[in-house]
Write a protein that binds this ligand. Structure first.
Ligand code: URA
Length: 234
C-alpha cells in the first residue's frame, strides 16, 4: 500500500494531508526517513510519524451514517437512560457522534471513531453546510418569511448568517446553514412566525441522507470519508 494511503487508513490525516506530512520528512519506515508518499509499505513495516510508532493494527477509521429516528438522543450517553445514537450502530469501539440533533429531529447523523474528525466537522470555523427539511406550521408561507430566512434573522444569541432556502411544498422548506447553534433551524423559523412541526436533516457537507431509512445505518466508503475530511479542512 502507498505510504500516504497507509497513514490515511490509520487515521493520521486525509490522504492529501498525509502526503504533505510525508514530504515534510516527518515519517520514517523501518528507522529511515521517507519523503516519497508513494513508497510501498506493508503490515510488516515499522512506520513512525514524528517518532511515534503507528501500529499497522491501528484502528481503521470508521464513519457511520445513521438515519436517526425521533426519540433517540444524539449524545454518546444519556443520564436519563434514553436510547442514544451510539446504541443504533455496531459498537466495536468508542464512537463520537458528530454534532447534535434534537431528540425529535430525524435524519442524517454521523458517528466516528475519529475524535479529531468529529471535532473538526462540528467546529463553527470550518463552516460545514447542513441541509434540513422543515415542515412548518403557522399561517400560509409567504415569500417575505423566506426572504428573512435567506438574509439572516435576529435571534437572542445574535443574527444568523444568510441561509439557502428552497421551497419544497406549500408548508415545507429546505434550509441550508453552516452554523451549528442550538435549535437553530427551529428558532429561525419561529422568529419568522412559523413553528417547526417536523425537522429532518437531509445533508451533511458532501453527504446526502439519500434512501437510508429511519433507524438504519451504513458505513461510509473511504472516498466519502476523504470528501468529508476535505470539507472539514483536514
Ligand atoms: N436545528 C434545530 O433546530 N434542531 C436540530 O436538531 C438541528 C438543527
Amino acid at each position: 500500500m502507498r505510504l500516504a494511503k497507509f497513514l490515511a487508513t490509520a487515521g493520521v490525516a486525509s490522504r492529501r494531508a498525509s502526503e504533505e506530512i510525508v514530504r515534510a520528512g516527518r515519517v520514517s519506515v523501518d528507522g529511515e526517513t521517507v519523503i516519497d508518499p508513494a513508497r510501498d509499505v506493508g503490515s510488516g513495516d515499522e512506520v513512525t510519524v514524528d517518532g511515534q510508532p503507528l501500529s499497522s493494527a491501528a484502528p481503521r477509521r470508521i464513519v457511520y451514517a445513521l438515519n436517526k429516528p425521533a426519540g433517540v438522543v444524539s449524545t454518546a450517553r444519556d443520564p436519563q437512560g434514553r436510547p442514544t445514537v451510539v446504541t443504533m450502530v455496531p459498537q466495536t469501539e468508542r464512537l463520537y457522534p458528530v454534532g447534535r440533533l434534537d431528540i425529535d429531529t430525524t435524519g442524517l447523523i454521523l458517528l466516528t471513531n475519529q475524535g479529531e474528525l468529529a471535532h473538526r466537522l462540528t467546529h463553527p470555523s470550518f463552516e460545514v453546510e447542513k441541509t434540513y427539511r422543515a415542515v412548518l406550521g403557522g399561517p400560509a408561507l409567504h415569500e417575505r418569511a423566506l426572504r428573512s430566512l435567506r438574509e439572516g434573522v435576529e435571534l437572542e444569541d445574535g443574527r444568523t448568517s444568510p441561509a439557502h432556502v428552497r421551497r419544497v411544498s406549500a408548508d415545507t422548506l429546505e434550509i441550508t446553514i453552516h452554523e451549528g447553534r442550538k435549535r437553530q433551524v427551529k428558532r429561525m423559523c419561529e422568529a419568522v412566525g412559523h413553528p417547526v412541526r417536523r425537522l429532518e436533516r437531509v445533508r451533511f457537507g458532501p453527504l446526502e441522507l439519500g434512501e437510508l431509512r429511519q433507524g438504519r445505518w451504513r458505513k461510509l466508503t473511504e472516498a466519502e470519508i476523504e470528501a468529508l475530511m476535505a470539507a472539514s479542512g483536514s
